[in-house]
Design a protein around this ligand. Sequence first.
Ligand SMILES: *Cc1c(COP(=O)(O)O)cnc(C)c1O
Length: 282
Amino acid sequence: MELNTRAVHAGREDLTDLGLHAVPIDLSTTYPARDSREEAARLDRAAAGVELGDNPIYGRVGNPTVARFERALADLEGAESAVAFATGMAALSACLLAVAAQGKRHIVAVRPLYGTSDHVIGSGLLGTEVTWSTVDSVKRDIRDDTGLVIVESPANPTLSEVDIRAIDVDVPVLVDNTFATPVLQRPIELGADIVLHSATKYLGGHGDVLGGVVACDEEFAGRLRTIRMATGGILHPLAGYLLLRGLSTLPIRIAHASRTAAELAHRLATIPAWPGSTGRGT
Ligand SMILES: *Cc1c(COP(=O)(O)O)cnc(C)c1O
């Protein structure tokens, strides 16, 4: 199926069998347990990062509505899995903690990054250390204890771009894809390993929901779930519902915003006094 179609169906595959059109919102904080020994074993599996499905014991461990959004976003990014968080910053923090927990405290990052990302990485607030690099020198700046390479493209707010394909390293490469969205750029197809979104922006699209999400392979997703369960930065089920709903109009919104931006650029280019204008349009 083409991306426009998948955006409408992903995460909703079972709705026809359930006899539903809209996605159910599960607001449970706790779930009934029938067998306490089995329950304890499932909690251990959850702490080890296993996704528990429809009966996730406790709301901080997982949520079926949020899991639908995660499956849909993973599908659109061409990733094995996705893990959702309360905000984009909670998502980035979990990535930093996940590598630091394995003793890989060194990060190689390319500026510009979103301001708060720059702050949390640059300040070492979460116990990581950064080398600020450029696309050309990323390889040289990698050390034995480097856990992640981090780039953002296009960057917020400067729209500066990075050639993701040009970063060819053995360390996991994380791309903040918030501004492009999977409609315009799928970093995993370009060789990246981890895709981060502030879902607050285009994925939500209506200015009424905060969220973050990381698309990656199942191994890293498991480590992120372990961090999420321990630190509690979960996405609320209502936010999960709104974000899943947002995905169904994402391709249409991005196409329209792109057309509008191109028209605006064209008109600005015809204003003789505008910097860079040819006076003739683009
Ligand atoms: C907004 C933003 C973030 C942070 O996301 P929050 O949801 O505000 O925590 C990270 N990266 C980019 C590119 C952003 O635009």
